[in-house]
Design a protein around this ligand. Structure first.
Ligand SMILES: Nc1ccn([C@@H]2O[C@H](COP(=O)(O)O)[C@@H](O)[C@H]2O)c(=O)n1
Ligand SMILES: C[C@@]1(CO)OP(=O)(O)OP(=O)(O)OC[C@H]1O
Length: 163
């Protein structure tokens, strides 16, 4: 068994879509990034890589590389999970939190969990997503951007499921 953690932040800007967990969320601002700036998926990808001691997403998908311009982070997450599986692990479970003052994310969380579980081919109860504000405090509270954190547990791929 191996544990990993991931953290990411992206800044709000106008004229960009807001994409979180592979879901486009109606909002007046989006997140700035070289890729689609899906801050949740970036934190999750880093947690997966960290658990397998495989570095971080910036190392595998360098910011500025034209191949990743506006990249779909769900595809990057799938690529990361392929690396993790090649290293001999499979996902036990992931727990994540999105830190955002606005918009209200709770209505979109079931769809995000579904998208991620489908992309990774894991049961939906392996993927947890939560949302919190920072009660108006700090850069998230001032709505300058969104942060996300993720923790994952990897199991050895040859281990039997617990009964
Ligand atoms: N962007 C957000 C932030 C929070 N939520 C939901 O609201 C609940 C209360 O948030 P607090 O920061 O006051 O603890 C939280 O449990 C989330 O379910 C949200 O939907 N979108
Ligand atoms: C996936 C990448 C690719 O450019 O996305 P970015 O939008 O640059 O986001 P960031 O979280 O700053 O770094 C990760 C990058 O590897």
């Amino acid at each position: 068994m191996r544990i990993g953690c991931g953290f990411d932040v992206h800044r709000f800007v106008p004229h960009r879509p807001l994409i979180l967990g592979g879901v486009t969320i109606p909002h007046d601002l989006g997140l700035e990034g070289h890729s689609d700036a899906d801050v949740l998926l970036h934190a999750l990808a880093d947690a997966l890589l960290g658990a397998a001691a495989l570095g971080d997403i910036g190392g595998h998908f360098p910011p500025g590389d034209p191949r990743y311009k506006d990249a779909d982070s769900l595809c990057l997450l799938q690529e990361v999970y392929r690396m993790v599986k090649r290293a001999g692990y499979r996902l036990g479970n992931a727990d994540t939190v999105i830190i955002a003052e606005r918009p209200k994310l709770a209505p979109f969380i079931p769809q995000m969990r579904e998208r991620i579980a489908k992309a990774l081919e894991v049961p939906i109860d392996s993927i947890s997503i939560k949302a919190t504000t920072t009660e108006g405090l700090g850069f998230t509270g001032r709505e300058e951007g969104i942060a996300a954190q993720a923790s994952v547990l990897l199991l050895d791929s040859d281990a039997m499921p617990a009964v």
